[in-house]
Design a protein around this ligand. Structure first.
Ligand code: MTE
Length: 327
């Protein structure tokens, strides 16, 4: 993701922070902005060192092949696990792969609460136990202009919501990531790139849609930490930032919940965040994307498809809505 640029009314960091802090921030902001721009401008190069590093914690998974999988070539595991956005572990794409091993994912509790008949705190094992794991090979489109094809392993979020028995007043679902500064370097220290905890939300019909997954794995292994272990959201027709990682709370609510990137910059990131080549990001076009792993600078960018290619399945959710306004 790309950190918000200053507008004319912002106070300069140098006016409110000591010089050294301000310099560190500028260096980090520059890095983040540069990465986004680089991804947009052309070939994505990965740090070679990170290509060889992979987490040792993964456990093998067994699963069924689910519906809705694309037959497009899957992105190599090395890219999926070393080119990440997970700001709790740093703002560079290689940071989560390098740093996220510090996160302890056992034990893990997921709270399901709010406007439901059956709220509960689940140990992760109990949370997932009733559900059959499925593999879903989905396109994954980042708002920065790059994409991958990822074989997720998980189960429909709808199953979790049905188990909780939503009340009639439940209109939205709010999600929250773990807050644990001791294990998440991005949540401590002087430069904190986002407001924590990371939060996201869906309308209840989006959350109940059969394409919407809670993932516990990728390829044939449990989720590596940098991909959002032990549990993350996957909504394939939306920009990747809706895919909140390391979820600890799912709350059914009656109003639009706050979402991290909208809090960060509401002009650039709306609540819906549907992949839409017709609605430019204020600082760049969304018409095309670079598929990670697809060769060098000369490879043509792909055309971005409405709803990331899932229009047949989801366009009806938004009929009658002005998608320029509800971006
Ligand atoms: N979830 C948390 N908790 N923190 C984050 O920084 N980044 C988001 C999303 N989920 C993020 C997060 C963004 S910007 C993207 S594009 C996707 O995760 C990236 O998922 P990936 O690293 O598995 O490709």
């Amino acid at each position: 993701m790309i950190i918000r640029s200053r507008n004319g009314n912002d106070i300069r960091p140098s006016e409110i922070t000591p010089k050294q802090v301000h310099m560190n921030r500028r260096e980090l902001m520059g890095k983040a902005a540069g990465l986004g721009a680089g991804a947009l401008a052309g070939g994505v190069s990965l740090p070679l060192a990170s290509l060889s590093s992979s987490p040792a914690q993964a456990a093998a998974l067994s699963f069924e092949k689910g519906k809705f999988s694309t037959s497009e070539p899957v992105t190599a595991r090395e890219y999926v696990t070393t080119y990440n956005n997970y700001y709790e572990f740093g703002v560079d794409k290689g940071d989560p792969g390098q740093n996220a091993h510090t996160l302890t994912t056992k034990p893990w509790t997921v709270k399901v609460e709010g406007l439901v008949a059956k709220p509960a705190d689940y140990a992760l094992e109990d949370f997932v136990k009733p559900f059959t794991l499925e593999q879903r090979i989905y396109r994954h489109r980042c708002v920065e202009g790059w994409s991958m094809v990822i074989p997720w392993v998980g189960f429909p979020l709808a199953k979790v919501l049905e188990r909780a028995e939503p009340l009639g007043s439940a209109k939205f679902v709010a999600f929250e990531t773990l807050m644990r500064p001791a294990e998440m370097p991005g949540q401590r220290g002087l430069f904190q790139p986002l407001e924590w905890p990371y939060v996201e939300g869906l309308r209840i019909d989006e959350a109940m849609h059969p394409l919407t997954l809670l993932a516990t794995g990728i390829f044939d292994e449990t989720l590596p930490n940098q991909n959002g272990a032990p549990l993350r959201l996957v909504v394939p027709w939306k920009y990747g930032f809706k895919g909140i990682k390391s979820i600890v709370r799912i709350k059914l609510v009656d109003n639009v919940p706050p979402t991290t990137w909208n809090i960060q910059n509401s002009n650039e990131y709306g609540f819906y965040s549907n992949v839409n080549p017709e609605v430019d990001h204020p600082r760049w076009s969304q018409k095309t994307e670079r598929r990670i792993g697809e060769g060098g600078l000369l490879v043509k960018r792909r055309e971005t498809l409405p709803f990331n290619g899932y229009a047949d399945e989801v366009a009806s959710l938004y009929s009658g809505m002005d998608l320029r306004k509800f971006f």
